[in-house]
Write a protein that binds this ligand. Structure first.
Ligand code: CA
Length: 242
C-alpha cells in the first residue's frame, strides 16, 4: 500500500468476531480521508487501496470484508475493478457514484456491486449502508442498534462498553442504562425521576441516593477514557451530557 495514502486509525472494537476491514478505492484524497475517518469512528479498519495501482491484487492481499469503490478512477474505472473482484470473491461492494451520472448506479449494480451511494454523501448514511451490507453478508456482524454515538463517545449496549478515541471502559448494566438515557437525550436534561424509572422501573423503595452512586460510578468509568467531565449535574433537575 502507498504509505502516502490516508488510512484511518485502526480503532478496532474487541468484538468476538473477525476484524472488520473495509477497503476503500477512491482517488479523491478529501473523500478518502472523510470516509476513512467515519469508518474509524465506528471501529472499522479502513485500508485505502492505491487508485493507480492494481486494485484487484491489493484486494487479494488485504482480503477485506467489504469494498467501497469509486466509479471514476485513473487506471481502470470502478465497474472494471468490480468485475475483477467479483471474479474471485462475493465480498460486499458499495459504489460511490457521481450524482450527475445516475446511470452509474445501474452500471455498478450490473457489474456486481451490492449497493451505491451518490456523492456528495452524508457519512452517517455511508456507515449505515456499510453496516447493512456487512450484516446481510456475515452472520457475525453486530446489530447497529447496539451502538449509540455522540461527539465521539460510543456506547455499545450489547457489550456494556463505552469507548472514545479507541479507549474502552466496561460498564455495569446500570451504568450503561444511564449513559444510554443521557446519550439519547442528546444534551437535553434528563430528570432524576426519569433516570430512576429507566433503572428501576418505578420501584418506590429505591433510595434516591442510589442514583447518585450510580452516576458517580458512571463518571468514574467515563473518566478512565477521558470523558469524566461529560456528565453534568443540573441542580434541581437532573443530568445532561455536555
Ligand atoms: Ca474519482
Amino acid at each position: 500500500m502507498d504509505p502516502g495514502i490516508a488510512v484511518a486509525a485502526s480503532r478496532r472494537y474487541n468484538y468476538p468476531v473477525p476484524d472488520l476491514k473495509v477497503m476503500l478505492v477512491e482517488d479523491d484524497p478529501a473523500i478518502r480521508s472523510l470516509v476513512a475517518e467515519a469508518l474509524g469512528r465506528w471501529g472499522y479498519a479502513a485500508v485505502a487501496a492505491d487508485p493507480e495501482g492494481d486494485v484487484a491484487a491489493e484486494f487479494a492481499r488485504e482480503s477485506p470484508q467489504l469494498v467501497i469503490l469509486d466509479v471514476g478512477l485513473p487506471r481502470l474505472d470502478g465497474f472494471e475493478w468490480c468485475e475483477r473482484i467479483r471474479a474471485v470473491s462475493r465480498v460486499p461492494i458499495l459504489f460511490l457514484t457521481a450524482r450527475s451520472q445516475p446511470s452509474d448506479a445501474v452500471r455498478g449494480l450490473a457489474a456486481g456491486g451490492d449497493d451505491w451511494i451518490a456523492k456528495p454523501f452524508d457519512t452517517e448514511l455511508l456507515v449505515a449502508k456499510v453496516r447493512a451490507l456487512l450484516r446481510r453478508a456475515y452472520s457475525w456482524a453486530p446489530e447497529p442498534s447496539a451502538l449509540i454515538e455522540r461527539d465521539g463517545l460510543i456506547l455499545d449496549r450489547e457489550r456494556c462498553e463505552a469507548s472514545r478515541d479507541g479507549a474502552r471502559a466496561r460498564l455495569t448494566a446500570h451504568e450503561a442504562t444511564l449513559l444510554r438515557a443521557l446519550l439519547e437525550a442528546d444534551g437535553r436534561v434528563v430528570a432524576r425521576a426519569e433516570l430512576m424509572d429507566a433503572l428501576w422501573s418505578g420501584d418506590a423503595f429505591v433510595d434516591e441516593n442510589t442514583l447518585n452512586v450510580n452516576v458517580a460510578r458512571l463518571r468514574s468509568a467515563l473518566g478512565s477514557i477521558g470523558a469524566g467531565e461529560i456528565v453534568e449535574t443540573v441542580r434541581g433537575a437532573g443530568y445532561r451530557l455536555k
